[in-house]
Design a protein around this ligand. Structure first.
Ligand code: V0V
Ligand code: CO
Length: 141
């Protein structure tokens, strides 16, 4: 079902401060930035690897408001790894399978993700405390 690690989501207080650190450390480049009002985030995608089944990124996430998943996470735990996202070829069938096997889905149907992707979150409690996202990337991403 899974085709790659699409991204690791990292909660940061400030993109302006975090982006240069990641650029300096690994020579990564920001290939996309976006504000996602529904998710309450401003995010930057730094390309790590391009592969046959799609790309892998670091996703830096800054909260747009305190009462958002990233805002609450920063207040409770401070900056750090927030979620892991796996690539899938067909998110609708992946979600149907997970529903049948009894997983607690945050999103029962896909929502808008970065760069035109379709995404859905699976609750951390069923997956060893790790908030997990599935991504069906848009063509060319
Ligand atoms: C909260 N918890 C986490 C967690 N956030 N555990 C692991 N990883 C995380 N990131 C735990 C927390 O410690 C509590 O555990 C429990 O869940 C309830 O926490 P809460 O602070 O009361 O939070 P809730 O229940 O209001 O919300 C938690 C969920 C929420 C996971 C349901 O954050 C959510 O809906 N996330 C999905 C959307 C999202 O994260 N969007 C931002 C990224 P105890 O204390 O009960 O044990 S947007 C993105 O990635 C995009 C756009 C993209 O990739 O394209
Ligand atoms: Co993400």
């Amino acid at each position: 079902m899974l085709t790659r690690i699409d991204h690791v989501g990292i909660a940061v207080a400030s993109l302006t401060e975090a982006i240069p650190r990641y650029e300096e450390a690994f020579g990564l480049e920001v290939v996309h930035q976006e504000e996602n009002e529904r998710q309450g985030v401003r995010e930057a995608m730094l390309l790590v690897h391009s592969g046959k089944t799609g790309n892998s990124y670091v996703q830096l996430l800054e909260p747009l408001r305190e009462d958002s998943p990233i805002g609450k996470f920063l207040a409770k735990r401070g900056p750090g790894i927030h979620h892991i996202a796996y690539g899938v070829a067909d998110i609708d069938s992946a979600l149907a399978t997970l529903t049948m096997t009894g997983f607690d889905l945050v999103n029962k149907t896909p929502v808008h993700g970065t760069a035109g992707s379709r995404i859905a979150f699976i609750h951390p409690k069923g997956l060893g405390g790790v908030l997990t996202e599935l991504v069906e990337a848009a063509e060319g991403h």
